[in-house]
Every structure is written in structure tokens, then in C-alpha cells.
Design a protein around this ligand. Structure first.
Ligand code: ADP
Length: 374
């Protein structure tokens, strides 16, 4: 038997295969079905199950050789498509969802098989679940981003109307409203900036930076830049920088964004603790790879345990009102996570409500000799 699994067409070697050859065909069928990455079922002329693989069992636990497909499958769309494919002797597809035990989506490809009796129909189930999840995430993301942009935009439009109407001749009100409008416009600009940074980093996430950069001047510069905010919030930044350069393979601008976000968050959300500690240390990742750790610890209200795993999701905030009041976009930690992924690093977050929060950046150390700290 010469058989093309893609077209479903086969060429019969002999009109009626001898018994041993029929046995070979069955074995071949089983081997091919078992090796397919997708769930697959083969039916005979009467739409009874001839062969199936382990993946098919996860879709149809009642599958058994010799069982009618309609009983084993219990998916009306697929049963109907099999009937149509058999009647017209042509391929069919059917999309369906399974809700139990978890939501999964599949595309069933149904192809008549010529000349491999007793097999007459091949069903291959392509798992669409990852695609659906990405699509859901995309839709959620667009909805969230639009909502976040619409809020300051609505405020801006409202104030424009007021300035054109009742406050037209009121110089004092005009000055106050213009200041609020500036804040809202800045918020929109920051949001767009964060969205663009996030999409840029996601696009190149698989390209790992290789240029050596020294973390020490990066952290020092970020702290210098945030000193005004610290003074404003009455927070002391205690920073213990190593004497030696601490090189990592990295992108200077992206790593600057990482520390800006984390230190700014500590100053904003942990201000009540009055102190932020920044320390460097050495550690090891799984697989014994040496890591450089930079820890940012604040003594503020901390973060309740249930929020911690979700903090790096886009737009996730423990307290939306507080984040907005602080000019936050809810994208900072997501950006940090993606930048660290691109650097083969990671972020760990430890906190107990009421006891401050510790954010640790872990980056692989540079293996080669450090030629020139950028
Ligand atoms: P945002 O723009 O809101 O600051 P982030 O992604 O940077 O967005 O942070 C997400 C949320 O995590 C914040 O809104 C805040 O609720 C919480 N958070 C971040 N850092 C801290 C911290 N040091 N202490 C307490 N909560 C924090």
C-alpha cells in the first residue's frame, strides 16, 4: 500500500490484500496514528472506530475500537461532518469547543481514505486552544488600553467644554482647569509611551542582548534621577553599591527602565516606610548558573499574597485609584518582566501585607572577561 496521509489518497497494491499484509497495514495504521502530534481517529465504512491515539482519548474518553463514532465522540458538529464527508467522499472540517474539564477548542479535519480498508475516514483534531487564549488576551488588552485612554480623554473633553462655556471669562478657573488638563494629557502620553515600549520589547524578546553593561552606574543614575521624588515623599534611599563593576549582558536603556520602575514604585507605594534599601548580591539560578541580584526593599504597606502572582500582568493594580493618583499606568511591572525575560533574567517579589515589599532583579552574570563596561 502506498498511502498519502495529506491527501487521504492511497493506491491499492492488490485488490484484496492477503491476511499477513492486512495485519501489516493495521500495524502501520496504529504506528502512524500513535506518532501523530494531534489527536487522531480512524473510522471504517460503518463509522466505527478502527484506530485512535492517546491524544484522542483526552477529547473522547469513551473511545473504543469497534464503537460507533457518534457514541464515542458525542460532538454533533463532528458527527455531522463525518456523515457529510462519507456521503460526498470529500474532506470536511468542523470547529467545536469542549467545556469540561477545562475550556478547549478544536478544529476537526475529516478526510476520506481511499483504498486502505477497513479504514475509510481519518479524523485529526487540531488544538486551537493556544490560539484562542492569545485572541482572548489580545481582545482584553485592546479593551483595557482603550478604557485607560478613554478616562483621561473624557476628562480633557469635559474641561474643554467648560472652558468654552461657563468658565470662558473666569481667569482663575481657566488656570486651574488647564493645570488638570496638562496632568491628564501627561497621563495619556505616559500610557502610550508604556504601550509602545511594551510592544517593542515583546517583538524582540527572543533576541537576547550580548553587550556587557555595568549595572552599578545604571542603578546609581536611576537613584540620582529619583532623588527629588524621594525627598518629596520624605523617603531615604539607602544604597549599597559594590566597589567592583557588575557586568551583565544587557541593554542599558532597557535595564534603566527596569530600575526606574522598581525604585519609583518603592518610593510611591512604600513611602510610608520612609526608607528604601537597594543592595547587590550574588546568587545561583536553577541549573547552577551564577546570577547577579539587585534587591529593592521598601518598608511600606506591602502587598497581600493573592496579588503577588498577578502583579506583572498588564494593567493589574492592587488599588487602581491609588495607582492613577500616582500617575501609574499599570504597565510598569509587565514591562519589567518582559525586559528581564529578554535578558534571560527574572523578577521575584516577596511581601507580607503590612511589612513592606522586596523586588529582586536576577540577571545572569557575564561569562566572558569584562572588556569594557558600557
Ligand atoms: P503602576 O503604573 O500602577 O505603578 P506597576 O505595574 O508598576 O503599575 O505596578 C502594579 C501595581 O503593583 C501597582 O499599582 C501597585 O498596586 C503594586 N505595587 C508595585 N510596587 C509596589 C510596592 N513597592 N509596594 C506596594 N505595592 C506595589
Amino acid at each position: 500500500m502506498v498511502f498519502d496521509w495529506l491527501t487521504g489518497r492511497g493506491t491499492e497494491r492488490a485488490a484484496a490484500a492477503p491476511a499477513s499484509e492486512a495485519g501489516d497495514t493495521e500495524q502501520l495504521l496504529d504506528a502512524v496514528i500513535a506518532s501523530l502530534p494531534d489527536a487522531a481517529i480512524v473510522l471504517d465504512r460503518e463509522s466505527r472506530v478502527v484506530a485512535f491515539n492517546a491524544a484522542a482519548r483526552t477529547i473522547a474518553p469513551a473511545l473504543a475500537r469497534g464503537a460507533p463514532a457518534s457514541l464515542a465522540l458525542r460532538v454533533p458538529e463532528v458527527v455531522e461532518a463525518v456523515r457529510e464527508a462519507a456521503a460526498g467522499n470529500e474532506p470536511r472540517t468542523a470547529e467545536f469547543a469542549q467545556r469540561v474539564p477545562v475550556d478547549r477548542w478544536f478544529m476537526a479535519h475529516i478526510r476520506p481514505l481511499a483504498g486502505v480498508a477497513p479504514a475509510t475516514m481519518l479524523l485529526v483534531f487540531h488544538d486551537l486552544t493556544p490560539l484562542h487564549r492569545v485572541e482572548e488576551m489580545r481582545a482584553d488588552f485592546v479593551a483595557n488600553a482603550s478604557h485607560e485612554l478613554r478616562t483621561p480623554l473624557a476628562a480633557l473633553s469635559g474641561f474643554i467644554d467648560t472652558l468654552l462655556g461657563s468658565a470662558r471669562e473666569d481667569a482663575q478657573a481657566r488656570a486651574r482647569f488647564l493645570a488638570i488638563m496638562k496632568t491628564q494629557a501627561t497621563r495619556m502620553a505616559r500610557l502610550i509611551d508604556d504601550l509602545l515600549s511594551l510592544s517593542r520589547v515583546e517583538l524582540i524578546e527572543h533576541m537576547h542582548p550580548e553587550t556587557p553593561v555595568d549595572l552599578v552606574p545604571i542603578v546609581r543614575q536611576v537613584v540620582d534621577g529619583l532623588q527629588m521624588l524621594a525627598t518629596d515623599r520624605n523617603v531615604e534611599i539607602a544604597i549599597a553599591l559594590p566597589e567592583e563593576p557588575t557586568p551583565v549582558p544587557g541593554d542599558r536603556d532597557e535595564l534603566t527602565r527596569v530600575f526606574e520602575n522598581l525604585i519609583e514604585n518603592a518610593l510611591k507605594y512604600g513611602a510610608s516606610g520612609k526608607r528604601v534599601d537597594i543592595t547587590f548580591s550574588a546568587g545561583t539560578a536553577a541549573g547552577d548558573e551564577a546570577e547577579t541580584l539587585v534587591t529593592i526593599r521598601d518598608y511600606g504597606p506591602g502587598i497581600a499574597e493573592e496579588h503577588i502572582p498577578r502583579l506583572t500582568e498588564r494593567f493589574y493594580r492592587v488599588d487602581v485609584t491609588q495607582s492613577r493618583a500616582e500617575g501609574g499606568t499599570g504597565l510598569g511591572l509587565s514591562l519589567v518582566k518582559h525586559i528581564l525575560n529578554r535578558h534571560r533574567g527574572r523578577l521575584t517579589i516577596e511581601s507580607e501585607a503590612g511589612k513592606g515589599a522586596t523586588f529582586t532583579v536576577r540577571l545572569p552574570v557575564l561569562h566572558s572577561k569584562f572588556p569594557a563596561a558600557a
